[in-house]
Design a protein around this ligand. Structure first.
Ligand code: GUN
Ligand code: FE
Length: 460
């Protein structure tokens, strides 16, 4: 009774699609048909074309998922900044500001990743947790340990998540027991890690040069790491201007630099494949440097609120042409779920708008949830310089997608009979959680499926 698929390489979806484009932060398209061949989006058409497409491609109903009225398809979520080895602290230890938090809680926790057995346990859980929450692409900091960082890359590769991942570099202003042995060891192990990850076959995992931040990296290390990134054409990720004490300290450590951003710019770390996390306390000149270099910002509202780092003015960054995506920044943030980042992003922007209004400091348009949706998908893809491959449902992009069901088993969302499709999407963004994410696809591969045959084919 099992029907043979006429095109085993094809998967076709009929129903509602939601995605961001350059002109529309959240476009909802009903009665659509989207076809995937070998992991890539082959066509996106009106459902009126279905018979024609069946004839042209030779697929049948066996290839089609007819989405129900409670379901829609959206691009996978992109987390532009998180720390996999900090998950043992997740939801804990948020009572100190950044620099004290690092010394007291974070460095001791990361030091434990000299133990590769522990590393494998933690990293497997982290990657599974992010995928369960619909994060199809993530940029990870690991630790200074080469072996454990290789394990994180292996886990990502075997689980099938799209990722960039870096061995952390730091030589000073961190405990004796948790720092790289020397500059030459730092460079040698970083290069070995890059070569190791580039050696994976059919891989969605990319290596990333990862100087922790300017206070932990002397100038020669920053410059040499930049050269390594240029040599291997790989990404760079770091932290920038997260707190005011940090920014003051950086000016003391690098007296030749007029600004924090110049420290990274003069050492050649800033490019189109560079991601800077936080970027809260920037001057307009620094924003201009980021825009000119094509460097993206990972906005981490959950972390910025938890560690009381400040409110990042995303509207101004966007107005000045800086790319901005969302980062969970666990365990500075506590939620691995990008929906939490999306909501906090809107609330931080609302807070800035309220402060401006109270100070009569002029009109300020807060970010809408639609703009935050774009930051969580296409915007994040741009920050990671992956928007040629992922971020929305453009033809020829890879199919990284989530099947959402607002009435999935255990759903926390109440749906009412008058609800239209836009209301269902909005309710998911504000009230949904991982129970509503019933399928997760990366590069066309179904990594997670909690649909039952009953609800997946209800509308067929
Ligand atoms: N700055 C340097 N290291 C870190 C870190 O681990 N987390 C955060 N939030 N900021 C940092
Ligand atoms: Fe961080």
């Amino acid at each position: 009774q099992m029907k043979l698929k006429s095109r085993p390489d094809m998967e076709v979806f009929v129903g509602t699609l939601v995605h961001a484009t350059d002109s529309d932060p959240m476009l909802i398209m009903q009665d659509m048909v989207l076809g995937v061949i070998n992991g890539k989006i082959e066509f996106v058409e009106s459902v009126e074309e279905l018979q024609q497409l069946k004839a042209e491609y030779g697929f049948t109903d066996a290839n089609i998922l007819y989405m129900g009225s409670s379901q829609f398809l959206m691009p996978g979520l992109v987390d532009t900044h998180t720390h996999a080895p900090q998950f043992p602290n997740n939801g804990l230890a948020l009572d100190l500001p950044l620099l004290e938090w690092l010394q007291t809680y974070t460095f001791p926790t990361e030091a434990n990743f000299s133990d590769t057995v522990f590393a494998r346990e933690v990293y497997s859980k982290v990657v599974d947790r992010l995928l369960r929450n619909g994060t199809t692409t993530a940029a990870y900091f690991a630790t200074i340990h080469l072996d454990a960082t290789k394990i994180l890359a292996e886990v990502l590769h075997s689980r099938g998540q799209r990722a960039i991942v870096g061995k952390v570099n730091m030589l000073r202003n961190c405990p004796e027991y948790y720092r790289e042995a020397s500059l030459s060891v730092s460079l040698r192990e970083t290069e070995e890690f890059i070569r190791y990850v580039k050696g994976f076959e059919n891989s969605l995992v990319l290596p990333c040069v990862t100087p922790r931040f300017a206070p932990t990296c002397p100038e020669d290390q920053l410059g040499e790491l930049a050269q390594l990134a240029i040599k291997f054409d790989c990404h760079v990720q770091t932290h920038l201007c997260e707190t005011q004490p940090e920014a003051t300290w950086v000016k003391e450590l690098f007296p030749w630099a007029k600004t924090y951003t110049e420290v990274y710019d003069f050492t050649r770390l800033l490019g189109a494949k560079t991601i800077v996390a936080h970027a809260i306390w920037l001057s307009p000149q620094e924003m201009t440097i980021l825009a000119e270099r094509g460097t993206g910002v990972a906005h981490c509202p959950s972390s910025n609120l938890s560690l009381r780092s400040g409110h990042c003015n995303v509207r101004e960054l966007l107005n000045r042409g800086v790319k901005v995506g969302l980062g969970s920044d666990c365990s500075g943030g506590y939620s691995p779920c990008m929906l939490d980042s999306l909501r906090k992003c809107v609330h931080v922007s609302n807070t800035i708008a309220m402060e401006r209004a109270a100070q009569q400091a002029g009109d300020y348009t807060p970010l809408s949830h639609k703009e935050a949706f774009k930051m969580a998908t296409l915007g994040g893809a741009k920050v990671l310089s992956m928007d040629d491959k992922i971020g929305n449902f453009e033809i020829d992009k890879e199919f990284d997608a989530l099947l959402i069901d607002v009435q999935a088993k255990g759903s926390p969302i109440d749906v009412f009979s008058q609800d239209n499709v836009e209301m269902k999407v909005d309710r998911f963004l504000y009230n949904g959680d991982d129970r509503n994410i019933v399928r997760v696809y990366v590069a066309g591969k179904r990594l997670l499926d909690s649909t039952t045959s009953a609800n997946a084919t209800a509308a067929a």
